[in-house]
Design a protein around this ligand. Structure first.
Ligand code: CU
Length: 169
């Protein structure tokens, strides 16, 4: 085997590995959506937690409690409105866009399928600071796919550099 043909074999092998890697990486790195159970507690004039961070695709099971007086939980962008009274283990929800009435639930489950920042705010007048009672749900985008593209590009560049390396060095 001449050194040229050995070199070609090495390059062909590297290219083959690159192709296989590029094909496999996205499925290996795709994040599995997780189930998150979040209890939001409302108390004059704020929420605990004040910020909810999830990833796009996560399935959120939400429980909502009021600690002092009746509070609301209107989540922008997700068509969700809740209402909770103190001392009650359950709460009430409705989908505002459907015009339905509040109905009692123990929890509500939804998929965080829209990325971005979504404010939640009190939808039941609870006192003089009521208009300022709000929190934020942050739905992070899927960053792993760009990472896999970056890895594939880095591999390509190294392969090209190796291929372009002068012989005998
Ligand atoms: Cu309130």
């Amino acid at each position: 085997m001449s050194s040229n043909s050995r070199w070609l074999t090495v390059v062909a092998g590297a290219v083959g590995l690159l192709v296989v890697g590029a094909l496999l990486l996205p499925s290996l790195l795709r994040p599995k959506p997780v189930d998150r159970t979040i209890t939001v507690e409302a108390q004059k004039y704020g929420y605990t937690p004040a910020v909810i961070k999830v990833n796009k695709g996560d399935r959120i099971t939400l429980r909502f409690k009021a600690k002092d007086v009746t509070h609301g939980f209107f989540l922008e962008g997700y068509d969700l409105d809740g209402k909770a009274r103190p001392e009650m283990p359950s709460f009430w929800v409705r989908r505002p866009s459907t015009g339905e009435d509040f109905h009692p639930v123990d929890e509500i489950t939804f998929v965080a399928d829209r990325e971005g920042k979504f404010r939640y705010r009190c939808s039941t007048t609870c006192g003089y600071m009521h208009p300022f009672m709000q929190g934020e749900m942050i739905v992070a985008p899927n960053r792993l796919f760009p990472v896999s593209i970056l890895l594939a590009l880095v591999t390509t560049v190294f392969t090209l550099l190796w291929f372009a390396r002068p012989e005998g060095k």
